[in-house]
Design a protein around this ligand. Structure first.
Ligand SMILES: [Fe+2]
Length: 276
């Protein structure tokens, strides 16, 4: 079983780029499940029901989010009814939606996807470790699920790495999001959990974290009057991780970075690593 995890989609152009490429990627790498973080997809701030539906239509199975989940208020009634769109499980200030889903693939594999928010330098949330412990008390690899994937959304590499080592051997993969910068530390930890501090964004890298460069510069010079920034949209790059799951243990057998598009050096994994 192979899983594709894509980092933060920034702006609606990232959806068009995904629409153009996702189907071919899924065929090439025999992908059983597609997860993407999409909390910055609607003009850089939040996600709308329309974009969410569109992402599901083009082949995304589960959407994770983060600190911007409530930026578009129309998502509140939608997330209450659509459990394939996740909010961070430990986000305390809204009751709508859920932070994890046991997703059943077409080949009847049960994959638990968990969305969490870091505590450091982020909006107020419940303790990250307590939050994941509550979920994990009900799930165990190969007992009641075939894989467990965690999106850990946040700034601090230390916090993400602590979580990954805390859960090493208990989950399939822990992939970071939020910084919009793909890190070069993808690895399989000693007990079998794949980990990368940040998957990187799907967006325009001729930018400041996906937003228009000049608007960001102006904002920093003129702070504290911080204005909303429009997404840059001239170039497109998709960043993510492809994970092959051991059928017998549910842990990671192969994990490779995928970087496809403009600006960044591309990383295209060998499809032979992801045969059925
Ligand atoms: Fe974020």
């Amino acid at each position: 079983m192979n899983i594709l995890f894509l980092g933060d989609l920034v702006g609606e152009n990232s959806v068009y780029f995904l629409k153009k490429n996702l189907k071919n990627i899924c065929i090439k790498y025999n992908i059983n499940l597609v997860i993407t973080n999409a909390e910055n997809v609607a003009e850089g701030y939040g996600i709308t029901p329309e974009i969410s539906n569109n992402l599901f239509k083009i082949g995304v199975n589960v959407i994770s989010t983060g600190n911007h989940i409530w930026d578009k208020s129309e998502i509140i009634p939608y997330i209450s009814k659509n459990c394939n769109l996740l909010k961070p499980n430990n986000l305390t200030n809204q009751s709508a939606g859920q932070g994890f889903i046991l997703y059943e693939t077409e080949s009847n594999k049960k994959i638990l996807v968990i969305n969490l928010l870091c505590n450091l330098f982020m909006r107020k949330s419940e303790n990250l470790f307590e939050s994941v412990n509550k979920i994990m008390s009900n799930y165990r690899l190969k007992k009641n699920c075939d894989a467990i994937i965690i999106d850990i959304h946040g700034e601090a590499a230390s916090e993400k790495q602590a979580l990954a080592n805390y859960l090493d051997g208990k989950v399939t993969a822990i992939i970071g999001t939020h910084t919009h910068v793909p890190t070069s530390d993808l690895r399989i930890l000693p007990s079998g959990t794949a980990y990368q501090t940040d998957a990187g964004m799907c967006g325009d890298y001729d930018s400041v974290i996906g937003g228009k460069k000049n608007e960001w510069i102006e904002n920093f010079i003129k702070k504290p009057d911080f204005k909303k920034i429009k997404p840059a949209s001239s170039n497109h790059t998709m960043c993510g991780v492809i994970i092959k799951v051991f059928e017998d243990s549910g842990l990671s057998s192969v994990a490779k970075q995928l970087i496809l598009g403009d600006i960044l050096e591309n990383k295209i994994p060998d499809e032979k690593l992801f045969l059925k």
